[in-house]
Write a protein that binds this ligand. Structure first.
Ligand code: TTP
Ligand code: MG
Length: 451
């Protein structure tokens, strides 16, 4: 544990909380005979074709890690204890932990099944400073859920996230205000949240090894090389990240989700499904007279691992194409052959049409076409018009139910997959997330809709 003095400061205090070896730790908790042993959780059963969801720290010593084929894990760690994924159990535990976090502040933003940001700035008077709150949460999770977490405390989400990962398991890393850049500088760039493999490789070609190397580069040369992300890379390398913790407001997003009858790894099927949903989302935005600046993709795989990835549009949209394009580019970064159970797309960060003069109207012909189609849909029903790509796929389109009556809230009636309408119409209780400037964010666990 790294303990550092922290004065009461006027800036923000943000915590990032992440459970340690989550799925494996839950299994070790429930079966004490597995404690201290190399536990490897993956696949839905004895199916050796699957991949590792996670491995206990004992198994990690053999080189086993998430996303590794189970076969490889079996070779590296023959004495490993292989267990199937019990997604529902982990979801229930996740909800329990999130509920503990919400005792410290309503400003909780879950970003995956086992991690969340908290803005505790306003909670300090009641619960003590950031490190104190971190310790208190760690203790509560041990006492009530019998699991360990790692916590990062900092002034920004970016730095808190990097910090929580640094002393796993059971870590508490505190970065005092003003020391963000110095804290990040010696770390390899791969640790910088939002820097994917591609960017990391490109940066290495630039001679950048540590985050400090990146921070030392002039912003304009980064911009020349990396376009609009260059400037944001430079400031992120210094720990600058104004992004707020977004606890979510149901009124602030419009989304569709679809649970496949059979989990699929077909890119074509997933993309076509997204297209149908983007079309429905755009239609609802136009009906409400609003445009959305943020598009969030949600994916849940066979092992119930749920992520969301979010991107901000340069121009707020209420047309299918920009929403679909944004969702697909997020999707392509995340799909690497895994079987997908659920996909969703959400638009948020709304702007009234009147506020949009500064963005210009976009392509007026496209708008006229979309509005003409909307008129036909209103008059003859939503099935009257559909996209050629959806017809070819014989896919039901998303707006076959009245949006006003088909709103489904989480925690509502559970439905088996077989009985579900093929395209769920979900008014999302806004999980979305946060704007990572690189448009590549970790996302939120949805505890409810995929029961
Ligand atoms: P992580 O927090 O990335 O991993 P972890 O909690 O197992 O280990 P750590 O101590 O390093 O935080 O992911 C949380 C859970 O999500 C993990 O327990 C299993 C699941 N998961 C997958 O199913 N597939 C994956 O590729 C990853 C990375 C995680
Ligand atoms: Mg974890």
């Amino acid at each position: 544990m790294v303990r550092v003095r922290i004065a009461h400061v006027s800036g923000r205090t943000i915590l990032h909380v992440d459970l340690d070896a989550f799925f494996a730790a839950v299994e070790q908790r429930d079966r004490p005979e597995l404690r201290g042993k190399p536990v490897i959780v993956g696949g839905g059963g004895p199916d050796q074709r699957g991949v590792v969801s996670t491995a206990s720290y004992e198994a990690r010593r053999f080189g086993v890690h998430s996303a590794m084929p189970l076969r490889t894990a079996g070779r590296l760690c023959p004495q490993g204890i292989f267990l199937p994924v019990d997604g529902r159990k982990y979801q229930a535990v996740s909800r329990q932990v999130m509920a503990i976090l919400r005792r410290y502040t309503p400003q909780v933003q879950p970003i995956s099944i086992d991690e969340a940001f908290l803005d505790v700035t306003a909670s300090r008077q009641l619960f003590g400073d950031g490190p104190e709150i971190g310790r208190s949460i760690k203790q509560a999770v041990v006492d009530e859920v019998e699991l360990t977490i790692s916590v990062g405390v900092a002034t920004t989400k970016l730095v808190a996230k990097v910090a929580s990962d640094l002393r796993k398991p059971d870590g508490l890393v505190v970065v005092p205000p003003g020391e963000e850049a110095a804290f990040l500088a010696p770390l390899p760039i791969s640790r910088l949240w939002g820097v994917g493999d591609k960017t990391a490789t490109a940066l290495r070609e630039f001679g950048v090894v540590t985050i400090g190397d990146l921070a030392a580069l002039p912003a304009d040369s980064l911009e020349r090389r990396f376009g609009k992300h260059g400037a944001s890379l430079a400031s992120r390398a210094r720990g600058i990240d104004a992004d707020p913790v977004q606890s979510g407001d149901p009124a602030k997003s419009v989304g569709h989700e679809h649970t496949f009858d059979v989990d699929t790894s077909s890119r074509e099927v997933i993309e076509r499904t997204l297209l149908g949903m983007a079309d429905g989302v755009a239609w609802r935005l136009r009906a409400a007279g609003i445009r959305a600046a943020t598009v969030t993709l949600k994916l849940r795989d066979t092992s119930f691992r749920t992520i969301t990835r979010q991107t901000t549009l340069e121009v707020p949209a209420d047309l299918t194409e920009p929403i679909y394009d944004a969702a697909v580019s997020l999707l392509r970064r995340e799909l690497h052959g895994q079987r997908i159970r659920l996909v969703g797309v959400t638009a948020s960060n709304f702007r009234e049409r009147e506020q949009l003069a500064m963005f210009g109207e976009g392509d007026p012909r496209r708008h006229a076409t979309a509005e003409a189609l909307d008129t036909i849909r209103r008059k003859y029903g939503s099935k009257a018009v559909t996209r050629a790509r959806l017809v070819k796929a014989a896919l039901p389109e998303p707006f076959e139910r009245d949006p006003m009556t088909a709103v489904e809230h989480r925690g509502g009636a559970r439905r088996g997959r077989g009985s579900e309408a093929p395209l769920e119409f979900v008014e999302q209780a806004n999980e979305p997330v946060f704007d990572d400037n690189l448009g590549d964010t970790d996302g939120v666990e949805d505890p409810g809709t995929d029961a």
